[in-house]
Write a protein that binds this ligand. Structure first.
Ligand code: APR
Ligand code: ZN
Length: 374
């Protein structure tokens, strides 16, 4: 089958720290093992801002950012059998090839199949499908959803229920699944337990949702923004501590509040100091602390080793530990059955030409998530 180049609009990141620029781009047809998607909606996430701000050592420019998307398959390359044009899909920044040693292990979701080319901002054959003003433009996280059409590897995409609203379930491509899965898969929160969550953005509130589902008895939100307690209640936050209002270190405050410490803690900020506080707030003997936040390049975590010798466990996960192609369609079903909140995470909607506004409200802390409608 012959497919032609598509000319469409995209928000291009030409250089670090510059606003995104609305451009006309050319999107080449999918090659073997690739899929071209008509993107209908995309979330805006901190990882996009992290790269745009030049903090990502892997960041390459010019590029098309965006990795929380939803759309329709427009065309498929040679050999792609699990999708056909018209399918409703969510692109996946953690692929699942079913064949590499990571995919074959039940212990991890970190498929390694296209890791090196994805990190280099190109398709698995080493080239880009995007051109703008005669220049080749890099892909981002294997998704590049800030464009009306994008091309992804067949391993980086899953088919979802065609009834599901793509301008909502696009958020299951990153933030919500990350938090929810950290509670269910990584920490495996048990009924009746006590939990503290640092950072009540979309990620932290999705953790809370998972803890409530598991029957946690206490879910304490820890945030420097006092508005976050009310905002967190619908997601399962039962108590709130603002570290700024405490005279003593937060570890001490929480240890006293919980008779020796928490069963589970989660860091959803990306700050190495709160990562330490979260570990040290765990109960001796069994407390488990899970890191979800992405710290700036070069940062390191520290604690006294005695903390681990005495039975606290430090963990971390990416994309909530979900094996992406298996899990995302099931998470969409759970949402359709009203067993998983998604709509409540959408604070703003913007058209593509106002995408810089979405970054602005995110930096101002006003948005759980903004969805850009393409
Ligand atoms: N102590 C407590 N809370 C803090 C602190 C701090 N030192 N610094 C920030 N916060 C709170 C903010 O007030 C905010 O409510 O953390 C929350 C972070 O939420 P968002 O900025 O909305 O971030 P979110 O989208 O949830 O992502 C969280 O996960 O994706 C990773 O590293 C990425 O930073 C991102 C993190
Ligand atoms: Zn794999």
């Amino acid at each position: 089958m012959f497919y032609s180049v598509i000319t469409c609009s995209a928000a291009v990141a030409w250089a670090p720290k510059e606003p995104l620029s609305l451009e006309t781009v050319e999107v080449a047809p999918p090659k073997a093992g690739e899929v071209r998607i008509k993107v209908l909606a995309t979330g805006v996430c901190h990882t996009d801002a992290y790269t745009l701000n030049g903090h990502d050592p892997e960041g390459l420019f010019p590029c098309i950012l965006g990795h929380e998307g939803g759309g329709l398959v427009e065309s498929v390359g040679e050999g792609v059998t699990h999708l056909s044009p018209g399918d409703h899909v969510v692109p996946l920044y953690i692929p699942q090839c079913y064949d590499c040693k990571f995919c074959k292990s039940p212990k991890t979701n970190l498929c390694g199949r296209i890791r090196s080319t994805q990190g280099a901002g190109v398709m698995p054959d080493g080239t880009s499908r995007f051109t703008c003003k005669g220049k080749s433009v890099f892909h981002f996280m294997g998704c590049s959803t800030f464009c009306e059409y994008t091309v992804v590897s067949e391993f980086s995409i899953c088919k979802v229920d065609p009834e599901a609203p793509l301008d909502k379930v696009c958020l299951l491509g990153c933030g919500i699944s990350t938090g929810y899965g950290a509670a269910l898969n990584t920490a495996d929160v048990q009924p009746g337990s006590s939990v503290a969550i640092w950072g009540l953005g979309a990620v932290g509130l999705a953790v809370a949702m998972g803890c409530r589902e598991r029957g946690a008895a206490r879910v304490i939100g820890v945030d420097i923004n006092p508005d976050k307690f009310e905002a967190g209640k619908p997601f399962g936050i039962t108590e709130f501590v603002n570290p700024k209002e405490q005279e003593r270190p937060i570890q001490q405050v929480l240890t006293e509040l919980t008779d020796g410490g928490l069963d589970y803690t989660f860091e959803c900020i990306g700050n190495v100091h709160t990562m330490r506080a979260a570990l040290e707030s765990c109960h001796k003997g069994w407390g488990v602390s899970t890191i979800l936040g992405v710290a700036a390049a070069g940062q390191e975590i520290s604690t006294r080793p005695f903390q681990l010798v005495t039975g606290r466990v430090w963990k971390g996960c990416a994309f909530g530990g979900w094996k992406s192609r298996d899990a995302v369609p099931q998470l969409v079903q759970k949402y359709m059955q009203k067993k998983l909140m998604v709509d409540e995470f959408v604070t703003f909607n913007f058209p593509l030409d106002q995408i810089n506004e979405a970054f602005k409200v995110m930096h101002e802390g006003k948005a759980l998530r903004s969805v850009v409608n393409l």
